[in-house]
Design a binder for this molecule. Structure first.
Ligand code: SF4
Length: 255
């Protein structure tokens, strides 16, 4: 894919959502680390439901460690794989206290050494908390990168490397959120909402969903009325509410 096309894709995603962020709810770096760690193989909605009850009770490593596995587990029952995640969360708190003074480390190696924290979680934290240029690749970003031709790759790491190489510098900081939200709301796994997609003329996917089949799509955008700017490649801007309250704001293209 040519540089001009890649730039055009990011420009449109940026115009539709100038200040993208996570849909996980958090107020501190530690809460973000916990929320991202819990979000593996489950929805942000289920994580938010769990942390909405857990964080008011315990939102520091010391407080969660004091609760212990038996005290934490009931809060995580809405989250997939909650048994393993409970164990990891308590182990993570113990390690943060013993090795990092209870603080979230700004270092990939230290983050990935924490129980339950992999490359993707570490990348999100490094990007969002410490402002480092990282493009974490989850299932949505993997799919969108391959379909569009932005960054084809057979593994998440291969896609991440390709995204870092192919994404113009000015878009790298927010690329993760733009691609993730596009995959979650438009370019969904089963039947992508191509007729409503703001980058359909730039995307190189050969099997785009034809307009008559849009009703088969389970993409949230497919169930919404046409946006006034649909098809023009221009979307209205939608400035966000405070950064740590992302769920109160949706990308402009979802209106
Ligand atoms: S045109 Fe279709 S396949 Fe391409 S990015 Fe948009 S929704 Fe995905």
């Amino acid at each position: 894919m040519h540089l001009a096309t890649r730039k055009a894709i990011y420009r449109r995603l940026q115009a539709a959502n100038p200040e993208p962020t996570t849909e996980l709810l958090y107020n501190t770096p530690f809460e973000l680390l916990v929320a991202v760690m819990l979000s593996a193989h489950t929805t942000d909605k289920s994580v938010n439901a769990a942390t909405a009850k857990l964080f008011p009770v315990a939102n520091t490593p010391a407080a969660l460690l004091k609760l212990g596995e038996d005290g934490v587990k009931p809060y995580l029952k809405t989250v997939g794989l909650y048994n393993a995640k409970t164990k990891n969360l308590v182990g993570l708190c113990k390690q943060l206290i013993e090795k990092h003074g209870g603080e979230v480390p700004a270092d990939r190696e230290a983050l990935e050494a924490l129980p339950g924290v992999g490359r993707k979680t570490a990348s999100v934290v490094l990007n969002m908390v410490f402002g480092q240029i990282e493009i974490a690749v989850d299932t949505h970003i993997f799919r969108v990168s391959n379909r569009t031709g932005l960054a084809p790759g057979k593994t998440p790491l291969a896609v991440e490397i390709a995204l870092m190489r192919n994404t113009p510098d000015e878009f790298k900081k927010n690329a993760h959120h733009w691609l993730l939200l596009h995959g979650r709301y438009v370019c969904v796994a089963r039947v992508p909402a191509c007729p409503k997609c703001i980058i359909k003329d730039l995307c190189e996917y050969p099997d785009k969903t034809p307009a008559p089949a849009l009703k088969l799509s389970d993409a949230p955008i497919a169930r919404q009325r046409p946006h006034p700017m649909q098809g023009s490649g221009r979307m209205s801007s939608n400035r966000s509410s405070p950064r740590h309250k992302p769920a109160t704001r949706k990308p402009a293209r979802l209106k």
